[in-house]
Write a protein that binds this ligand. Structure first.
Ligand code: SF4
Length: 335
């Protein structure tokens, strides 16, 4: 095992790292995932596959340079489509998608090369898999390309996960996102008009945030009928520009690294106490996933019954979120 580069494993209760693995420079020779060798694959509901690595943008909080190096590489389109066919063979039907198969295209930014993405989605549509549903991750700004969005829809993409991060232009400029609040509104509309669901990934606890800002995000997303919210706590990860800057300023809290899970405040926020930030995170989730709100949005036609199901699943996860937050507060923030 020691000869395999880029591994971390436990030996006698100690974490051992092998030599780092150089970053990939091409995907031409990278084999498809051997789903058939996966232990417990009968329980694998939604396989994940990727055909691109990296991202050409430079958001200051993002870990992608640490994980993938700089640059953006893609698998040739014909190989990417073969990979999709391969994954399809090993995907099972799910009752909650009406007996269809679902595959998650896990690329961080599948449409960074829009020409490649259009071709890939067009070819995927040509496979004619009527019982296949795809989900993927894209930047909001890519939704301004109608040809791309039409290809995405034709390929059977049912939901897009968007790293909106924030709906405030000030936040977006501060993190070098190169995206505006207008891009976000446009992306939601472009998806809604094609019947594609929008899952919003938002970061709470950015350094510019003030107490109370968390509810502004929630109001914006509810107003636009977004179906699901993934609310991440701003986490200065090692190796990222924000992470290095905040570490050098000694603003990190003294908490175990297992809490660097994007759900816990791990640094001293300039405008609120760690406890305030943590409780605001919980309040935002409770507010978005409130059953009363979901019912009202269905009745007013803002979201479909199908989208309401996502919200109800989110609501069922609230007790665990509450319990985790209180546990963390009691041990680390209230001492
Ligand atoms: S666009 Fe997404 S993947 Fe690319 S740097 Fe920004 S956060 Fe990271």
């Amino acid at each position: 095992m020691i000869e395999v580069l880029g591994l971390a494993y436990l030996r006698d209760e100690e974490v051992v790292f092998t030599e780092p693995r150089p970053f990939l420079t091409t995907l031409d020779d990278v084999p498809f995932a051997a789903f058939d060798l996966l232990r417990g694959r009968e329980q694998l509901n939604i396989p994940v596959m990727t055909n691109t690595v990296g991202c050409p943008f430079d958001c200051t909080f993002c870990y992608k340079d640490v994980m993938a190096g700089r640059g953006y590489i893609v698998r040739p389109v014909d190989e990417a489509v073969k990979y999709l066919k391969h994954a399809y063979r090993f995907t099972r039907r799910l009752w909650w998608t009406g007996g269809k198969k679902t595959i998650f295209l896990g690329d961080d930014n599948i449409a960074a090369n829009q020409k490649w993405a259009i071709k890939f989605f067009q070819e995927a549509a040509r496979l004619g898999y009527r019982d296949l549903v795809l989900t993927c991750q894209m930047r909001a700004s890519a939704c301004r390309n109608d040809e791309l969005m039409n290809a995405v829809k034709a390929a059977g993409v049912s939901t897009i996960f968007f790293g909106f991060e924030s709906t405030s232009d000030d936040d977006l400029i501060a993190m070098s996102k190169r995206q505006t609040g207008d891009d976000i509104t446009h992306a939601i509309q472009a998806c809604k008009k094609r019947g594609i669901g929008v899952n919003a990934m938002i970061i709470w606890g950015l350094e510019g945030h003030q107490p109370g800002d968390h509810l502004k995000y929630v109001d914006f997303l509810l107003e636009h009928g977004v179906e699901a919210l993934f609310l991440f706590m701003f986490t200065p990860l090692p190796g990222t520009p924000d992470g290095e800057r905040i570490r050098q300023a000694s603003f990190m809290l003294d908490v175990p690294t297992r809490f660097f899970d994007l759900q816990h405040i791990v640094f001293k926020h300039p405008n609120m106490t760690p406890l305030q930030a943590q409780m605001a995170h919980l309040e935002a989730l409770e507010s978005f996933y409130s059953l009363r709100q979901t019912w009202s949005d269905v009745r007013s036609g803002k979201i479909s019954w199908h989208s309401a199901l996502y919200r109800i699943v989110g609501w069922t996860s609230l007790p665990a979120a509450r319990s985790q937050a209180h546990h963390y507060n009691n041990i680390y923030l209230l001492k």
